[in-house]
Ligand binder design. Structure first.
Ligand SMILES: NC(=O)C1=CN([C@@H]2O[C@H](COP(=O)(O)OP(=O)(O)OC[C@H]3O[C@@H](n4cnc5c(N)ncnc54)[C@H](O)[C@@H]3O)[C@@H](O)[C@H]2O)C=CC1
Ligand SMILES: O=C(CO)COP(=O)(O)O
Length: 329
């Protein structure tokens, strides 16, 4: 059985930096590719990432590079690039047979591809895995207790879980790759919806209703695409849904809060260096669900709100006036 010792991390945003720090905290060498020169320089000179993860002190064994060629000859690569930019970065990865572990949460516009689908196209000979769960980057970087799902073929998932586990970081193994991907992508959209409810002052009953009915949407979509119910009810689905629907530390929830307060979507999305993946994924998942004949009214509403097609008050009214129905549908 292979063991993974030398990790590379592709993507120097908050989550890539936190994962790299998790693996480098004990002095193990970790290589991190970041797109921004200022991020590479700050990590190597000051052992900080002031752009995407301010406040976290990074290990000196974490070395940043701006050259993807430096990601060759490592045992495993964590891929932490937002989904809209992922295909282009994957296409530029140096060849190799190290496993790719996908940590991004979203679905690609046009192709309806999840990260693992892109990898099957662009890196078919490498093993693939998904790492997903309720994991705010700043908490992982600070060494706070965290549990996560690692999904892949059983042997790879088990070996990766051993290699990634730390006293405060506990991976749970699954073979349900599609379930882990769907949980992460859909929860981002629902976090925007919950932020809207919070920003509009609609109360905690409404938020709990959205979490439950949103989870019903995630489950319908997931089961239709072959996900397992227990994955969706686990860390990568319900766990992450609860985390990001209840905290303004979530960029998706915070975006929703702005919308709920009546701020214009163009203003909220302008000049961002950080991502709210749900804003990209909402129209994609809504279109995929429509194509599959699956009812996802909350996702559909978020898609229309981020497109600026409907006002918050009208959207909420439309959701509340839908015909009454049995809870199981
Ligand atoms: N921040 C968090 O706590 C967590 C984030 N995630 C997921 O990880 C993924 C990455 O998110 P973060 O690290 O938080 O990002 P971030 O919001 O901190 O930073 C933005 C990232 O996007 C990259 N980027 C921007 N334009 C790009 C382009 N044209 N080409 C390639 N890359 C570009 C930046 O280089 C940077 O790495 C997302 O899918 C997110 O949903 C998953 C778990 C936790
Ligand atoms: O996915 C996350 C935590 O699990 C982070 O959520 P946001 O992208 O909404 O900040």
């Amino acid at each position: 059985m292979t063991s993974y010792r030398n990790f590379g991390v592709v993507g120097g945003g908050a989550w890539g930096t936190a994962l790299a720090q998790l693996l480098a905290a004990d002095g193990a060498p970790v290589r991190l590719w970041a797109r921004e020169e200022d991020v590479v320089a700050a990590i190597n000179r000051e052992h900080r990432n002031p752009v995407f993860l301010p406040g976290a002190a990074l290990s000196s064994s974490l070395i940043a590079t701006g050259d993807l060629a430096d990601m060759a000859d490592l045992d495993a690569l964590l891929i932490v690039v937002p989904v809209p930019f992922l295909r282009a970065v994957l296409a530029d990865l140096p060849p190799g047979d190290a496993p790719l572990i996908f940590c991004s949460k979203g679905m690609e516009a046009g192709s309806f591809a999840f990260p693992i689908d892109m990898a099957r196209d662009l890196a078919p000979l490498r093993p693939h895995a998904v790492l997903s769960g309720p994991t705010f980057a700043h908490e992982v970087a600070a060494g706070l207790p965290t549990a996560i799902t690692v999904a892949a073929d059983a042997e790879i998932a088990g070996t990766l879980a051993q290699a990634l586990a730390r006293p405060h970081f506990r991976p749970y193994v699954s073979t349900d790759v599609i379930g882990a991907e769907i949980g992460g992508a859909v929860k981002n959209i629902l976090a925007i919806a919950c932020g809207i409810v919070d920003g509009a002052g609609l109360g905690l009953n409404a938020r709990a209703a959205l979490i439950s009915r949103g989870f019903a949407e995630m489950t319908r979509f997931g089961l239709a695409r072959g996900a397992q119910a227990e994955t969706l009810a686990g860390l990568a689905g319900l766990g992450d849904l609860v985390l990001t629907c209840t905290s303004s530390n979530s960029r998706n929830f915070a975006l929703g809060q702005g919308l709920g307060r009546g701020e214009a979507v163009e203003v909220l999305m302008a000049d961002r260096r950080t991502v709210a993946e749900g804003a990209f994924s909402a129209p994609v998942v809504a279109a995929a669900a429509r194509a599959d004949g699956i009812d996802m009214p909350i996702t559909e509403t978020v898609a229309r709100l981020v497109a600026g097609e409907v006002r918050v008050g009208d959207a909420i009214q439309a959701l509340l006036s839908r015909p009454l129905r049995p809870e199981g549908r």
